[in-house]
Design a protein around this ligand. Structure first.
Ligand code: KG4
Ligand code: ZN
Length: 358
């Protein structure tokens, strides 16, 4: 079965063609095209929704055309469309949804509506076997057990969301907790701006942190021991602001200070994310832990979580998407659609910017 997937929830215009084989439930990626307007938003230090939506309009058709030609697939060979219906920015989402509906109407094909957050989880199901092998080798896990085993805990960490989800099987998800204020990616972005780093703050802080001492500043680990699976990152931003304005005004801030501040704040976010994820994994006795979302591209987060699982001599399998599948893409939307295949007529598809977990 071939699916043309479309993702336009924020500042990426993305289309992918995936082929799913029913018998072994494997998703093969035939093409994956992404056009990002991130450089435009870097100029303003954040996303202006109206500008993001206009960029979506500009790129949606060329991106879909390129995805089809790269996959050597004609529109008539597609069995179904898949599209992100939410959550996200309304103007951006509408571009993808209305394009998918129009194609479905003209081609007389069904559509699968996909929740963007569930899409981030499914980025783990498009990794090729080869990638899984290397990931698991590093973990010392036998190559026979390469697939995700349920139950699993998924940590979704993106610019807009921080959620812990229990996945009992495909289509059976239970939301355990999430952020009460800023998302992890949002914290990285806002703190990056405080430190004078370029947008987006996540990759910029990770880069600056490479030469930094993460023990120089003891920033808070908000809610790390709370008796739930919720998060809060806005206090951390305030703590960094106090430190920066108090001791390191712009004219007294050296590269070393930026590196140490970056490493310290990065570690604080990572410590909280990992502690809560492992707590959930233990409580629900899971067999796999899955990362997803833009922040899961963070190498330190991936490595710290991996080594903690190993140190505990746990048999839990750890999965993190290939880095190009961490940030927004349509391949993950295609994978989510394939594993949760509920096609409907184009008329039944509606955009829902506030969509969450049921
Ligand atoms: O998933 P995504 O592409 O978009 C949303 O759905 O929000 O995530 C974007 C977020 C941004 O906040 C960005 O700063 C963060 O992911 N991010 C990172 C890294 N790469 C992207 N955060 C920390 N470390 C990274 N390497
Ligand atoms: Zn996303």
């Amino acid at each position: 079965m071939k699916i043309l997937a479309i993702e336009t929830s924020c500042d990426e215009t993305a289309a992918a063609v995936i082929e799913g084989a029913e018998k072994d439930l494997k998703v093969e990626l035939l093409s994956n095209i992404i056009s990002s307007s991130i450089k435009l938003h870097a100029k303003t230090g954040g996303i202006i929704p109206e500008k993001a939506a206009r960029e979506q309009v500009k790129y949606i058709i060329p991106v879909i055309k390129k995805a089809l030609s790269r996959a050597k697939t004609k529109l008539s060979d597609i069995d179904s469309l898949a599209v992100t219906v939410g959550p996200g920015l309304i103007g951006s989402l509408l571009v993808g949804v209305e394009t998918a509906k129009t194609l479905a109407y003209v081609l007389n094909k069904p559509i699968v509506s996909v929740n963007h957050l569930i899409g981030h989880i499914y980025a783990n199901f498009i990794t090729t076997n080869e990638q899984r092998l290397t990931t698991n080798k590093k973990l010392g896990v036998s190559s026979q057990k390469l697939v995700v085993e349920f139950p699993a805990i998924a940590l979704i960490v993106s610019g807009g969301h921080t959620d812990l989800v229990l996945m009992k099987k495909h289509g059976d998800l239970k939301w355990l907790g999430g952020t009460r204020d800023d998302a992890a990616g949002e914290a990285f972005d806002k703190i990056g701006r405080l430190l004078g780093l370029p947008y987006p703050g996540g990759p910029a802080i990770e880069k600056a942190a490479k030469n930094g001492n993460s023990k120089r500043f003891l920033f808070p680990r908000p809610m790390i021991d709370s008796d739930d699976f919720d998060f809060s990152f806005s206090g951390l931003k305030t703590a960094v602001m106090r430190q920066v304005t108090g001791s390191f005004p712009r004219n007294r801030r050296g590269q070393d200070d930026i590196a140490d501040l970056s490493a310290s704040v990065q570690q604080s976010i990572i410590d909280v994310l990992i502690k809560k994820t492992l707590k959930a994994a233990q409580k629900y006795n899971v067999k796999s832990i899955l990362l997803g979302g833009g922040v899961s591209a963070n190498q330190k987060l991936r490595e710290d979580l991996k080594s903690l699982i190993l140190n505990h001599k746990s048999s839990i399998k750890f999965f993190a998407p290939a880095k190009n599948f961490c940030t927004d893409n349509a391949a993950m939307i295609g994978a989510a659609a394939f594993f949760n295949y509920k096609p409907v007529l184009w008329k039944k598809v509606t955009t829902n910017p506030d969509l969450y977990f049921d």
